[in-house]
Every structure is written in C-alpha cells, then in structure tokens.
Design a protein around this ligand. Structure first.
Ligand code: ADP
Ligand code: MG
Length: 249
C-alpha cells in the first residue's frame, strides 16, 4: 500500500458510507489523494465508482464520514459548498455540453457566472484552453457539429476554465468511438504530466499504466486494493482483482 500523509491530502474521504435504499453502495471508504497525484479507479460495473465521484463533489449526499477538499470538510449545502465544488472539475462519460451554446460559450459560462470574470477575460482564457486541448478552431461552432472526441476535449477545457484543484473523470472515453479514445487520453496524460491532481474512473488500462501513481480497485462498494499500477497489474492480491484483470486480458 502507498503510505499516506493525511495532512498532505488534497482530497480525503474518511469512513464514507452511502446507501440507495437497502443497497449499501459505498462501504466505509477511506481514500487520500495528494496534490499532483493521479489515482485511477477501476472495478466491475455497479461497484460504486460513479457514486464515489458524485459524492466527492456532492452531486450525491453521503450518510456517514467526511469528505475533505484541501483541508476543508464538504458541507451539506450552502455557499461554502458552492465554493468548494468549484475546486472540483468533473468530466462525465456523456459530454454534457450545453447544446444551444457555442463551444466558446460553453467554456466561458462558468467563469463569467460563477467566478465573476469579464467576458473578454473569460474568452481569452477559454481560447487558450481550447487551443491547449486541440479544438481552438471549433470555438464558434455548436457541440453537435463536433465529433465525440472533440466534444469531450471541450468538456475538459470547460472544467479547467474553473481552475479546479482536482479533476474527476468518470469513464471519459466509454462513449467514444475507438478511434477517438486516444485524442482524449492524450489530453489527460498531458494534464497529469503538468501536475494536475486527478481521480480517473476508466477501463483504459494503458492510461492507468502510463499515467497513474496509484490504482484503486473497487468491488461491491469497497476499496479492495490501493497499489501502484506496477504492483496492481503484476501482482494483484485479491481474488476479485485477479478475476477482474483476467477478464480484461
Ligand atoms: P459503477 O460506476 O461502479 O458502475 P455506480 O456507482 O454507478 O457503480 O452504482 C453502484 C450501485 O448503486 C449499483 O448497484 C447501481 O445500480 C446503484 N445505483 C446507482 N445510482 C443509483 C440511484 N440513483 N438509485 C438507486 N441505485 C443506484
Ligand atoms: Mg459508473
């Protein structure tokens, strides 16, 4: 196991629990993610990975335990929650762009509305981000005019425009045609290299090997393993992880 320095954690989940009715979907989750760390979360469908992501920016409430972002406990609601939520960028499987706004507007909306940026300032920053993810030319278009890979890169730029402290990705390439997966993963690898703190749910084991500092394996709402990718892929400890990996190969 990686040794954790709790005081150093940018994101910290402590004894987090969540039920949907009778279903116990997060069972005493403890997870510390340090600044600059890239944690890849893998596990079978239904193991609670999306719920974990949604809990971290309070799209889901939790029933017990605490979630801390940069030393501050996430409250249930209110202004402080909105502020802390802005520290967490989220990219979903379905790109969730605003269909009737241009690509540029999709990226400037948050900074203008939430951060009080001027239009000129927000547009300058947005163009730089769109260039960085390779879709600067698409700025005046509507989302439907872009490929899935391009839309997902816009979604990444939109999240980055809020200057988050941590980026969460929930299966960002699962809805993409195979030939578009790499253009999105490349942007994510670049982000990781630049030192962004990232929590990434993905089935892309190549990404995990290349970019992850740690692999967290979830099954049935629990963290079953938390290892370096090297250790996890060559020497998985649990039967659940062995079984999961054997089905991937
Ligand atoms: P994963 O992302 O690992 O596939 P999820 O976090 O989406 O898993 O789901 C974990 C479990 O919780 C699954 O059994 C799923 O069916 C259930 N679940 C997820 N969202 C809800 C919901 N809103 N209401 C009821 N059950 C849910
Ligand atoms: Mg999921």
């Amino acid at each position: 196991m990686t040794t954790h320095v709790p005081g150093d954690a940018l994101v910290s989940l402590n004894a987090v629990n969540k039920h949907y009715g009778q279903l116990h979907v997060l069972k005493d989750i403890n997870l510390q993610v340090r600044k600059g760390e890239v944690v890849v979360v893998i596990g079978p469908s239904g193991s609670g990975k999306s719920t974990l992501c949604r809990a971290i920016n309070r799209l889901e409430t939790i029933e017990g335990g605490t979630i801390t972002i940069d030393g501050k406990v996430l409250p249930e609601e209110g202004k402080e929650l909105a502020k802390l939520r802005a520290d967490v960028g989220m990219v979903f499987q379905s790109f969730n762009l605003f269909a009737h706004k241009t690509i540029l507007e999709n990226v400037t909306l948050g900074p203008i509305k939430v951060k009080g940026a001027s239009k000129a300032e927000a547009e300058k920053e947005a163009m730089a981000l769109l260039e960085r993810v390779g879709v600067g030319q698409q700025a005046p278009k509507l989302p439907a005019q872009l490929s899935g890979g391009q839309q997902q890169r816009v979604a990444i730029a939109r999240a980055l425009a809020m200057k988050p402290k941590v980026m969460l990705f929930d299966e960002p390439t699962s809805a993409l045609d195979p030939e578009m997966i790499n253009e999105v993963l490349d942007v994510m690898v670049q982000l990781a290299k630049e030192g962004m703190t990232m929590i990434v749910v993905t089935h892309e084991m190549g990404f995990a090997r290349k970019a992850a500092d740690r692999v967290v394996f979830m099954a049935d709402g629990q963290i079953v393993e938390d290892e370096t990718p090297e250790e996890f892929f060559t020497n998985p400890k649990s039967d659940r992880a062995k079984d999961f990996l054997s089905k991937l190969l």
